[in-house]
Design a protein around this ligand. Structure first.
Ligand code: PMP
Ligand code: GLN
Length: 383
């Protein structure tokens, strides 16, 4: 018998929509990945490391060069003072980092506070670890939480809270005021925060990413998760980071050693290079994506769609109801990919209960022509 969590688990919406896009030859603005091949200097470095470097197991917690580069990068960009030896672990993507965090920090019966819309990997992993999910429901257009919502979710059994900022699929950056409120709750209830910050480098309009680990009382009780795949726009690379105080890191690394043990050394070497010598990457990359966001937004607005603000991530959302579409997001999304050649993601897929059904997520990390053609096709789908 399979474990109940997996018995009826559907294939992820990303795989479903990319599968339909492949079958139909549609433009794929569904699953979030750039069509740009990624920085050539990093790819070269990875290629050289593959041919001339070692292909044997690297150290379990990651190459020292990469862990130093991660600590250095967060020191420069987020004012953090991480000790690379005791506070940084390299994982096979943020997905493995999340699994290691949930496995090592949740005991059966522990309550775990999560915010909907939620990235689809969280809930099955939290439940498999024995956690009891307590969901806070965020809604458009601002996707914010407040004191009353947190009070309803936190109890003396709360052990963990999972925060994703910038938030996929909403495309918003959690405001400082909300982060401060959440930090207060974590301290008051003695709760650990698992912060999925994979989109931290992809923020727009002069915003700065603020990590929850930097808030008062959070340094010892936060697990900060990053992803080189997102930082460098190469989503297949699957190099992630777990950053946390030494006592937490010991537990996290304990889980990591029996999940994957290590991550390919050549990719680690290339990411270490990218973080140590970024040039203007961390300015140019979000600036380019911001232009793409603006292009898609301008096109959609001219075609009569109402869009929501996007302050970060690769995603822009359409409010279908406000755009005159009466179908729900999934029905529209399936019709758009099958009949009009454009794939998207229905945001209702990110809710476990009481879904918001009128928001459609589009990935704008694509060439201008692709975005323009997608707008034409979406306009045709709207009728
Ligand atoms: N968390 C969020 C919010 C994501 O959007 C993604 C991937 N897009 C991940 C985790 C997984 O990251 P990785 O590919 O590094 O495993
Ligand atoms: N994070 C990507 C997205 O939101 C997809 C990741 C995946 O396919 N598992 O589109």
């Amino acid at each position: 018998m399979v474990h109940p969590v997996y018995a009826d688990l559907p294939t992820t919406i990303f795989e479903e929509m990319s599968g339909l896009a492949r079958q139909t030859g549609a433009i794929n603005l569904g699953q979030g990945f750039p069509d740009d091949p990624g920085p050539i200097a990093l790819r070269r470095k990875a290629g050289e490391a593959l041919l001339t470097g070692t292909n044997q197991y690297p150290p379990m917690r990651g190459l020292p060069a990469l862990r130093q580069a991660v600590a250095g990068h967060y020191g420069r960009t987020q004012d953090l003072d991480l000790d690379w030896e005791t506070e940084v672990t390299v994982t096979s993507g943020a997905t493995e980092a999340l699994a290691a965090a949930f496995l090592s920090l949740i005991s059966p019966g522990d309550e775990v506070v999560l915010f909907q819309p939620l990235y689809d990997a969280y809930l099955p992993m939290v439940k498999r670890a024995g956690g009891v999910p307590k969901l806070v429901r965020l809604t458009p257009p601002h996707w914010r939480f407040d004191q009353a919502m947190l009070e309803a979710a936190f109890s003396d059994r709360t052990r963990l809270v999972v925060l994703n900022t910038p938030l996929n699929p909403a495309g918003v950056v959690t405001p400082d005021e909300d982060l401060a409120l959440l930090a207060e709750f974590c301290v008051r209830h003695d709760v650990i925060a698992v912060c999925d910050e994979v989109w931290e480098a992809v923020v727009f309009d002069g915003r700065r990413h603020r990590p929850l680990i930097g808030y008062p009382g959070m340094r010892e009780r936060t697990v900060k998760i990053g992803s080189a795949g997102k930082m460098f726009g190469m989503t297949g690379w699957k190099v992630g980071f777990l950053c946390a105080a030494p006592a937490l890191t010991k537990a996290l690394a304990g889980a990591h050693q029996f999940l994957t043990f290590t991550t390919p050394p050549n990719l680690q070497e290339a990411v270490a290079f990218g973080l140590s010598e970024p040039g203007d990457w961390f300015e140019a990359m979000p600036a380019g994506l911001q232009r793409s966001r603006d292009r898609l937004e301008t096109g959609l607005t001219a075609a009569g769609f109402q869009v929501l603000d996007s302050g970060g991530t690769y995603f822009l959302n359409i409010d279908l109801a406000a755009s005159g579409v009466t179908e729900d997001d999934r029905t529209f999304s399936l019709r758009a990919v099958r009949d009009h050649g454009v794939a998207s993601i229905p945001v209702s897929a990110f809710y476990a209960q009481d879904p918001v059904r009128n928001i459609l997520r589009l990935c704008f990390a694509k060439a201008d022509d692709t975005l323009d053609e997608a707008v034409r096709r979406l306009a045709a789908a709207r009728g």
